[in-house]
Design a protein around this ligand. Structure first.
Ligand code: NAP
Length: 434
């Protein structure tokens, strides 16, 4: 029996420890020799189709460092960083690997294994790992950092060498095996299947830090929160956190189907952005502001931003006097423009946010494990079709999260707590499945 087969069969710690780690494993990866493949291709109408750059095939198994763990990945998920990597934008991720390779040569390879989310089983733990052992069922946080850096005691996201795992490091989660630091591991929520457990951590923890965490917007009860992409990867967790915390979500989406899903999530106030001509112009900002006031009678205390260039001017404009725009990304472009008079004259703040520290990951994982925040998994692909999964996200054809099965032979495996599942209800847990 191979190690992968033993994991799938539910083998115990002793058996897992006795089986050999394979020398190669199947993984979704980019190839360094293809970095220039899209050069000059956007001018003639062709887009940077990620199905061309993403490959599924065997890669070499790395050595494990003393503070690392080898996880047999049952399921993973697509994040927008997978799309950025596969378009080689804003820079090819091999540049990150080369830089990292100066301190840890294992990562600087001709292949880059992607993926920043995973759920699976620990199969090996390095000598310095204290809290995890083979057989543990885990989910992963994406923050890869040096836990001996003093600033980490204050906030892990300020670590000098902070890297997004599976984006700025090699050996990510879209694979049969993944290498993570022990400080990335969290217990898998017992009521979720492998694919439901795998889809949450990156987006849910980022949304948690942005809205709830000490360094984010610190939402209060009754705060009106405008969320862009409210049925997307980040937004759908944002909406849940706003509702849980007693805020009033106003969700922005781009279609009637997404509007209906948002309402089914309990978000009463919905804005369809396709009704506004141009949100990069003041006329569009005013229209959006008027629509929010019409819906809730006041301006947002917080704007949840990740959409970037196309929306940022509007976000700064519509935030209320003294309000906050909290941003963690720039899907439509990072060279934002906004009218600074609206910021300073009305005493607003822009807060930059990135990922989440280990404690924040524990907080959101606890909420998920208690059944207070739910997965937003909409569709699941086999590993062999991970490029199609990433393509759906690239084209904004998805809602919530898109999952990928790795070693799990089918969906709906890995559920240990059926009673909690029953209490929450399948309808709620599968809301995004359509
Ligand atoms: P996603 O699943 O693709 O969702 C993004 C949503 O944004 C879509 O559902 C879409 O909703 C909306 N959107 C797309 N283009 C837009 C535009 N031009 N104007 C207005 N809305 C637009 O992606 P995600 O996982 O939520 O990630 C969003 C961004 O955040 C990405 O750029 C990602 O790299 C970044 N991010 C950063 C971090 C971090 O730690 N820094 C973490 C996670 C994600 P509608 O079409 O329905 O409006």
């Amino acid at each position: 029996m191979t190690l992968a087969e033993a994991v799938v069969a539910g083998a115990g710690p002793a058996e897992l420890a006795s089986l050999e780690v394979p020398t190669r494993y199947r993984a979704v990866h980019l190839r360094k020799d293809e970095v220039g493949m899209f050069n000059g291709q956007t001018k003639d109408g062709q887009d940077k189709d990620v199905r061309r750059s993403l490959h599924v095939g065997e890669v070499p198994m790395p050595e494990l460092a003393p503070d690392e763990v080898l996880v047999a990945v049952m399921a993973s998920a697509i994040n927008f960083n997978t799309v950025w990597s596969a378009m080689f934008e804003p820079i090819p991720t091999f540049a990150f690997l080369e830089r990292f390779g100066r301190t840890d040569p294992r990562h600087d390879l001709p292949t880059h294994v992607l993926g920043s989310d995973a759920a699976g089983v620990v199969v090996r733990a390095g000598q310095a790992v204290r809290h995890w052992r083979p057989g543990d069922r885990v989910v992963t946080s994406p923050a890869y950092l040096d836990s001996q850096d003093p600033i980490v005691q204050h906030d892990g996201m300020l670590a000098a060498d902070l890297r997004a795992w599976g984006f700025e490091t090699n050996f990510g989660g879209l694979a049969e095996f993944a290498v993570v630091k022990a400080t990335q591991l969290l217990p898998k929520p017992r009521h979720l299947s492998w694919e439901e457990a795998a889809c949450n951590m990156l987006c849910a923890s980022t949304a948690y830090r942005m809205l709830v965490g000490e360094r984010g917007a610190r939402m209060k009860q009754g705060d009106v929160v405008l969320l862009w992409g409210a049925t997307g990867g980040l937004g759908a967790y944002g909406v849940q956190l706003v509702r849980n915390g007693g805020g009033i979500p106003v969700g922005v989406v781009s279609s009637p189907e997404k509007a209906a899903l948002l309402r089914a999530m309990g978000c009463e106030h919905v804005v369809d952005r396709s009704r506004f001509d141009d949100l990069t112009e003041e006329k569009g900002w005013r229209g959006l502001g008027a629509e929010v006031r019409r819906l809730v009678g006041e301006d947002p205390a917080i704007v949840f931003e990740h959409t970037g260039k196309d929306t940022f001017g509007a976000s700064v404009y519509v935030a209320k006097k003294g309000g906050k725009v909290v941003t963690c990304g720039s899907s439509s472009g990072y060279d934002h423009a906004y009218d600074n008079r609206h910021l300073w004259m009305r005493l607003k703040q822009i807060i930059g946010s990135h990922g989440a520290n280990y404690q924040e990951c524990h907080e959101i994982n606890r909420l998920i494990s208690l059944g207070m925040v739910h997965p937003t998994l909409s569709r699941v692909y086999p590993l062999a079709e991970a490029a199609d999964a990433a393509r759906a996200v690239q084209l904004n054809q998805h809602v919530g999260k898109v999952g990928v099965l790795a070693l799990a032979p089918k969906e709906d495996l890995g559920i240990e707590d059926g009673r909690l599942r029953e209490r929450i209800g399948e309808e709620r847990l599968r809301l995004f499945r359509g």
